[in-house]
Design a protein around this ligand. Structure first.
Ligand code: UDP
Ligand code: MG
Length: 322
């Protein structure tokens, strides 16, 4: 197994506060794995700078010049976590046998790498690292995440609960991923579609080591909508059903009122009329909005814009002296 080249892919957006510590810890981990002949000495830690405005790229370049175990790619601008991760994985695909993606803030337990590599050796192409507990998250984040997973299952999207983007993928799994050309990227939903033999390992997620979260509620909400609309068309179907049901209901009501009228009763239902006008109006607006969401998606997909542009690449192919 000493021939297995591992690339650890770490997207970084304004992570100057955590990066030196993350680099040190990852280097120690890889050095130990190289020493015990678990992985090749050509393995690397690949940092992806996602257009940070702080010193993140300077730190990455510095790390690279002091030790070739550190590699870096610099995106031309901020493209968001998912695109940055994809950029790193696509670079890793051309150099490595296996990749492991993780966040820069040390929230993902680095020691889970051993268990992931063990699953790789057992013949798995994709290994998901799953969080055992979420007690360190804020109450809101925990509840929204749970509701999200439930909803996703309801609309028929297969995702691994409590799995962020901490996962191992072999080269052929990455080649599979490269075939998915969608611009609206939700990796957690796409990766299960690749197939191959998969496994999960569990770990405890720590608090962010330093710095601020780059996922405030607004971004989380946008991410959730992205996940839903880029993976499922069931909401559109639900709308059609609601539409059909209310149409049938109104027909039944109409017949009822006609009979009532023929019997000489005048309906005094002013309130109910107003209520139904609002209800139907609201439903229609909602329906239009959701349909618009999908049309927006189609608009973005047909343009086939690049998902990221790599400005600089720092990878030294030689063996490390870690
Ligand atoms: N990130 C990125 N681009 C962005 C936002 C975040 O590359 O536009 C990276 C960030 O540096 C981190 C990872 O994505 O390595 C996850 O972000 P964060 O830890 O802020 O999210 P949280 O763990 O709070 O969900
Ligand atoms: Mg984090």
């Amino acid at each position: 197994m000493a021939e297995t080249i591992l690339y650890v892919v770490v997207p970084c957006y304004k992570e100057e506060e955590v990066l030196p510590e993350t680099a040190t810890r990852l280097k120690e981990k890889l050095a130990a794995l190289i020493a015990s002949k678990e992985i090749s000495a050509a393995s690397k830690i690949l940092f992806v700078n996602d257009g940070s405005s702080d010193r993140t790229w300077d730190i990455i370049s510095q790390l690279h010049s002091t030790n070739p175990i550190f590699a870096g790619i610099n995106l031309s601008r901020n493209r968001g976590h998912q695109n940055a991760l994809l950029a790193g994985l696509m670079v890793a695909k051309d150099h490595a046998d296996v990749s492991i993606s993780m966040d820069a803030d040390l929230q993902d337990d680095i020691d889970a790498i051993d268990a992931m590599l063990a699953e790789y050796r057992a013949g798995n192409d994709i290994v998901y690292a799953v969080r055992s507990k979420r007690e360190k998250d804020t109450f809101i984040k925990r509840r929204t995440a749970m509701a999200f997973y439930k909803f996703m299952r309801l609309i028929g999207v297969e995702i691994v609960p409590n799995h962020a983007d901490y996962r191992l993928m072999t080269r052929r799994a990455l080649e599979g991923l490269a075939c998915f050309k969608e611009v609206n990227l939700f990796l957690r939903g796409i990766v299960p579609m690749i197939g191959y033999k998969t496994a999960t390992v569990t770990y405890e997620r720590a608090l962010r080591f330093a710095g601020q979260t780059k996922y405030p509620l607004k971004k989380m909400l946008a991410f959730a909508i992205e996940g839903i609309t880029s993976l499922s068309i069931r909401p559109i179907r639900i709308i059609s059903f609601i539409g059909l049901a209310s149409f049938v209901a109104s027909l039944i009501l109409l017949i009822y009122f006609l009979i009532d009228y023929a019997q000489g009763n005048t309906t005094a239902g002013w309130a109910s009329t107003i209520v139904s006008i609002w209800a139907i109006g609201g439903l229609q607006l909602l329906a239009t909005g959701i349909i618009g969401e999908y049309i927006g998606k189609i608009y973005l997909e047909v343009k086939q814009r690049p998902r990221y542009i790599i400005q600089d690449t720092l990878i030294r192919e030689e063996k490390n002296d870690a």
